[in-house]
Design a protein around this ligand. Structure first.
Ligand SMILES: *Cc1c(COP(=O)(O)O)cnc(C)c1O
Length: 394
């Protein structure tokens, strides 16, 4: 099943696609824990270095059979021609953007981004790339900012932590008219609910650390895109700058993918029940969940993903002190900063993931002292509701 079968549905592809068996016919994917490969002759080595095709491995920084299985499976799931796996989600964001930009280029990005994504854009600016920031939910701002000749647009299709939903089709239409490449960081949408490529994204990046692993075990990332972009733009950049994924981590991700569909759907179902149960709680100023009818982009989220996803943002009444007190009362939900894990996790973005931002920037992104980000895990839904309401009740 190394050739893509479009007739197979994603859940089947997530289990079988991309599998390459060695001469031993192993059932589970083999871990090729090797930095390099042996050549039959000096001439063979020379030939490989001159023309290493996608199945010709020469050094694990360039590619590895276990990692190639993960890449092929991700490309099949996302609906792109190819993919390149990386050491982390940030290596993927960095690789996707730096590999294609040159001084003088213009990139337009949504302002509501994960702190490290903002750092990468600041770094691009330092090297002479002009960055225009917009409010991602305001199409007029995208229209004004995307000028002819814009190199790329970048956004988190569902933003971290405010859960704003970007209209991928509308932004892609504006971008393509200007000749720009559309890069979507699709972590919060998850590969299960992603239709980013159908909607017009050219490049989709994931932190596989999140839902793809699903168990909070290993860092990894992946860039999905056209064969030309992946092999002629991304690969040269990443293979020489060293963002390579470990074959062991690729193997963890391959295993994660086999259960991802079931996990993410169960987590999203649970998230909707939890959001509904918490709505109107006296300890909360607001429950932000794209699956709730009162979310400003609810209709868009449903059309674009068919789900509100696995993440909820809670605005606690009473600011930082009340928020910390509620967090400290949680017994099942863990205080940490990963997401997409089987274990439910709360994060206080203002003092952790987004503490690098100025207070003004945080306010602009809705990251108030009372904002909590909740990643819904796989525990029993009612136990989670009881834990959360117990913590809020005080
Ligand atoms: C976690 C995350 C990243 C970075 O991924 P790492 O695997 O931690 O490097 C990038 N973008 C988003 C939206 C994330 O949630």
């Amino acid at each position: 099943m190394t050739t893509r079968d479009k007739n197979l549905r994603p859940r089947t592809r997530a289990i079988h696609h991309g599998t390459r068996r060695s001469q031993y016919g192993e059932m589970s994917e083999a871990i090729f824990l090797t930095q390099g490969f042996v050549y039959d002759s000096a001439g063979h080595a020379e030939a490989r270095f001159q023309d290493s095709g996608p199945d010709e491995f020469i050094y694990a920084r360039y590619g590895n059979p276990t990692s190639r299985m993960f890449e092929d499976r991700m490309a099949a799931l996302e609906g792109t021609e190819d993919a390149f796996a990386t050491a982390s989600g940030m290596a993927a964001v960095n690789g996707a953007m730096f590999s294609m930009c040159a001084p003088g280029d213009r990139v337009v990005a949504s302002r509501a981004l994960f702190g490290s994504c903002l750092y990468v854009l600041d770094l691009l600016a330092k090297f002479g790339v002009e960055i225009g920031f917009v409010d991602g939910t305001d199409l007029d701002q995208w229209r004004d900012a995307i000028r002819p000749g814009t190199k790329a647009v970048f956004f988190e299709s569902v933003s971290n932590p405010g859960l704003e939903v970007i209209d991928i089709a509308a932004v892609a239409d504006l971008a393509h008219r200007a000749g720009a490449t559309v890069v979507a960081d699709n972590v919060f949408a998850t590969p299960v609910f992603s239709r980013a490529v159908d909607l017009g994204a050219d490049v989709v990046v994931y932190s596989a650390t999140k839902h793809i692993d699903g168990g909070g075990r290993a860092l990894a990332g992946v860039i999905c895109g056209s064969r030309d972009y992946i092999r002629n733009t991304v690969e040269p950049y990443l293979k020489h700058t060293g963002g390579a994924i470990s074959p062991f981590h690729s193997w963890i991700m391959l295993n994660g993918l086999t259960t991802m569909d079931l996990r993410v759907r169960a987590q999203a179902d649970s998230a909707l029940s939890i959001a509904r149960a918490l709505q109107g709680h006296a300890g909360l100023a607001r429950v932000i969940y794209p699956g709730l009818e009162d979310h400003p982009q609810h209709d868009l989220a449903m059309a674009q993903m068919g789900s509100g996803g696995t993440m909820i943002a809670l605005e606690i009444a009473g600011g930082k002190e009340a928020t910390f007190a509620a967090m400290d009362r949680l017994r099942i939900v863990k205080i940490s900063n990963n997401l997409g894990d089987a274990r439910s996790i709360v994060t206080h973005p203002a003092t952790t993931t987004h503490q690098r931002l100025s207070e003004e920037d945080r306010a602009r992104l809705g990251i108030t002292p009372g904002l909590l980000r909740l990643s819904v895990g796989l525990e029993d839904t009612q136990d989670l509701i009881d834990d959360l309401t117990g913590a809020l009740d005080g």
